[in-house]
Design a protein around this ligand. Structure first.
Ligand code: ZN
Ligand code: ZN
Length: 213
């Protein structure tokens, strides 16, 4: 039985058959996945078992990825921007932490925690960014990684904007302010999924609220 042409799905008879990339093609159907420029065994570039012309061969730069290059480029631009915005927000948060006026000991602890979480955030970020610049996997893996990175950044940003909102509103009485800060720290810790080493949360400390049950 004669195979079907990968491009046009019609039967390929031996006289016009071309076998390449584990597929059968009509000689005239062997062309670039993106622009359909006619290719030969000498001119094609195989990627993911599909033929591409030189300009459309997927590279690590992501400027020419198969299927929807424009979409991918937009996604990348968006994620890079949100990464930058996110870091900017962080620096604003950190500077706000330094202006809180509790007693010095509390203040110092808070600062340390804030800085620690800031560093973890930034580290995560650089890892994310590094993934973008160092992608040399197959397109599917790369796409998944990007999606994940974008999702986590989106969550970061959302949390962050909530934090910013809380912080900008701290002009209430000191007790209220302190409660809010506690909540803020708790949510930051919960958000990171790990408590800073030596903190009460890390030792399995259960807040009073829950121990009363
Ligand atoms: Zn064909
Ligand atoms: Zn092409």
């Amino acid at each position: 039985m004669n195979p079907k042409c990968h491009r046009c799905q019609k039967t390929v008879y031996p006289v016009e058959k071309m076998l390449c990339l584990d597929k059968a093609w009509h000689k005239g159907c062997f062309n670039c996945e993106v622009c359909h420029m006619k290719l030969s065994m000498k001119t094609y570039k195989g990627y993911n078992k599909l033929p591409y012309c030189g300009p459309h061969y997927p590279t690590t730069k992501h400027t020419t990825v198969a299927e929807t290059p424009e979409q991918l480029r937009l996604k990348e631009a968006t994620s890079n921007q949100s990464g930058l915005v996110y870091q900017k927000n962080h620096q604003e948060n950190l500077s706000k932490f330094t202006t809180v006026s509790d007693d010095p000991e509390t203040l110092r602890n808070k600062k340390i925690q804030a800085q620690t979480s800031g560093l973890v955030y930034q580290k995560d970020h650089q890892e994310n960014l590094a993934k973008f610049t160092a992608v040399s996997d197959d397109p599917e893996t790369v796409r998944n990684k990007k999606m994940q990175a974008q999702q986590s950044q989106a969550v970061y940003q959302k949390n962050h904007q909530e934090e910013l909102g809380k912080f900008t509103a701290v002009t209430d009485d000191p007790e209220l302010v302190r409660n809010r800060k506690m909540q803020e720290q708790a949510s930051t810790i919960a958000y990171k999924g790990t408590a800073p080493p030596g903190s009460r949360e890390a030792d399995g400390f259960v807040p009073d609220l829950e121990s009363q049950q």
